[in-house]
Design a protein around this ligand. Structure first.
Ligand SMILES: Cc1cc2nc3c(=O)[nH]c(=O)nc-3n(C[C@H](O)[C@H](O)[C@H](O)COP(=O)(O)OP(=O)(O)OC[C@H]3O[C@@H](n4cnc5c(N)ncnc54)[C@H](O)[C@@H]3O)c2cc1C
Length: 282
């Protein structure tokens, strides 16, 4: 297997164009190296993109944060811009792996690996993020909701890479990401729930929710049943139960579909309840 270590985006694009089927990108390597060891990957060429400085930044404009794919989970957690404008993503990064994994793993790699359990994916989906992709031929902007096709599958063409993650700033909205794992550290998510909500009176004007680890890709819902202004704790509990009719989780070694449904409703209730409590309106 041959390894390249370019320093410019243009060189990465040339690599992808030249090795469409036989080459793969490596960022932090926390997913790819595990796969390589477990199943020896069917690639002859690896392009290590870690030295491409132009893919590592967090910038803001009036309405959004723009994040380079090489930003690590630790850097996202420490970023004051992320904390201020998109704290839901910070919540998600905090739950990832161990300090070593968070220091090495990148947001681009988390998206690129397209695992149904990837923790940044529900957070980015609820936040309404888009991805800028690039190839030698074109640049495209794709809503993250439309990016995944199944476990390990995305709409990326063989000569394309993720160049930027664009996340709208939360202005009036509040939100959270919360995850249920089998233990506190180094646990793959059994269910991850992210939400972005606009508050109104004793409730919500708009509720957008994304669930991870419950299907082959992230499940996004706008939950109209929760868009009411008269919630007590009991009414909120009753209303979140609707989610169980709207998602069709998988049963696997980590949990049954029924358990996952219950947990999705519970985690959603907990998170929304905290937001209402925070506003002192219940
Ligand atoms: C012990 C352990 C614990 C973990 N815990 C968690 C966890 O709790 N939550 C979680 O979500 N993940 C977890 N992971 C998985 C992993 O750490 C993350 O998915 C990480 O974000 C991957 O980033 P990376 O830079 O290491 O990706 P890499 O391994 O380098 O790449 C992963 C994939 O993404 C592709 N890729 C990378 N960059 C790009 C790009 N710019 N454009 C297109 N494709 C690209 C690569 O080609 C590859 O297919 C864990 C992994 C380990 C080993």
């Amino acid at each position: 297997m041959k390894m390249y270590s370019p320093t410019e985006i243009s060189e990465v694009l040339e690599f992808l164009q030249e090795h469409k089927e036989s080459g793969i990108l490596l960022a932090g390597g926390t997913d790819l190296i595990v796969k390589y060891k477990e199943q020896s990957l069917p690639y002859d060429f690896i392009c290590n993109i870690l030295k491409v400085e132009k893919l590592k930044y967090i910038k803001e404009d009036e309405d959004s944060l723009k994040i380079g794919p090489l930003v690590t989970h630790e850097e996202l957690m420490e970023s004051s811009l992320v904390q201020k404008h998109i704290p839901v993503l910070r919540d998600a990064c905090k739950t990832i792996g161990s300090p070593q994994i968070r220091n090495r793993g990148t947001i681009g790699g988390n998206i690129g690996t397209a695992s149904p359990a990837g923790d940044t994916l529900p957070a980015l989906t609820a936040l309404g993020a888009s991805l800028k992709t690039i190839s030698i031929e074109e640049e495209r902007i794709v809503p993250i909701k439309d990016f995944f096709r199944g476990p390990g599958k995305t709409i990326l063409k063989e000569n394309e890479m993720i160049k930027e993650i664009i996340v709208p700033k939360m202005k009036e909205e509040k939100g959270f990401y919360t995850k249920l794992g089998s233990r506190n550290a180094l646990a793959i998510s059994i269910t991850g729930v992210a939400a972005k909500v606009k508050c109104k009176g004793q409730g919500f004007e708009k509720v957008e929710v994304a669930f991870g680890s419950v299907g082959p890709t992230v499940i996004y819902k706008r939950v109209k049943e929760l868009e009411k202004s008269n919630f007590t704790k009991q009414k909120l509990w009753d209303a979140v139960q609707c989610i169980k009719e709207q998602i069709y989780p998988i049963t696997d070694v980590r949990a049954t579909a029924e358990y996952r449904k219950e947990m999705c409703a519970n985690l959603l209730y907990e998170g929304l309840n905290k937001i209402l409590d925070y506003n002192s309106i219940i």
